[in-house]
Design a protein around this ligand. Structure first.
Ligand code: URA
Length: 190
């Protein structure tokens, strides 16, 4: 791990910029391959994530793992992070001021990882990273170009737990992501 990455991790876990640091058990910085081609970005840590310091380890995370497995993207090959690094009380939606206070950590993560693809997990992440009026039911699976990377959004796995009928659309989107990854990396595997 580079010095810049370690510094970022230290800065993040020492952060007191918003009230959420007072109630966190652990800062949930992110996990995975720091040289990943794909970065997944969720919303904020939940209870299990706060306890363990690792993103997407609860029921929603286990469902995400199943989709990654289904399209042959090993979890350890990707990087997974959230917009917020600390858990909002009772899992309420992040406040805009909390997102503002936290976004610089994600920006620095993106700069160091340099992913080819960013996948927003759910509407909160898509509204922050793609556009404020992003409509997840209409625009999931669409590609948007941003300078050095492509960005798309899929349903949040927690939504799929509540509404399993949408799992089919999720699988279609995940397959598209797999195909795009193949396209973008095929020349580097020669
Ligand atoms: N939901 C998220 O958005 N992120 C997590 O890390 C866990 C659940």
């Amino acid at each position: 791990m580079s010095d810049a990455w370690n510094q970022l991790l230290q800065d993040c876990c020492a952060c007191t910029a918003c009230e959420l640091h007072k109630t966190r058990t652990n800062c949930v910085f992110g996990t995975g391959n720091v040289n990943a081609d794909i970065l997944f970005v969720g919303e904020a840590p939940g209870e299990n994530e706060d306890k363990t310091g690792t993103p997407f380890v609860g029921r929603a995370g286990q469902l995400l793992d199943k989709f990654l497995y289904a399209v042959d993207i090993p979890r350890e090959n990707v990087y997974i992070a959230n917009i917020l690094k600390c858990r909002p009380p009772k899992n309420r939606d992040p406040l805009p001021a909390e997102e503002d206070a936290c976004m610089d950590f994600l920006r620095r993560q993106v700069r160091l990882i340099q992913p080819k693809i960013i996948v927003c997990l759910g509407r909160i992440s898509a509204m922050r990273l793609i556009k404020p009026d992003f409509k997840i039911t209409k625009e999931h699976g669409e590609w948007f170009e941003r300078g050095n990377f492509l960005i798309t959004a899929v349903y949040h796995p927690a939504l799929l737990l509540r509404d399993p009928r949408r799992k089919e659309e999720m699988l279609t989107d995940m397959k598209k992501i797999r195909e795009k990854l193949n396209e973008l990396t095929e020349n580097t595997n020669l």
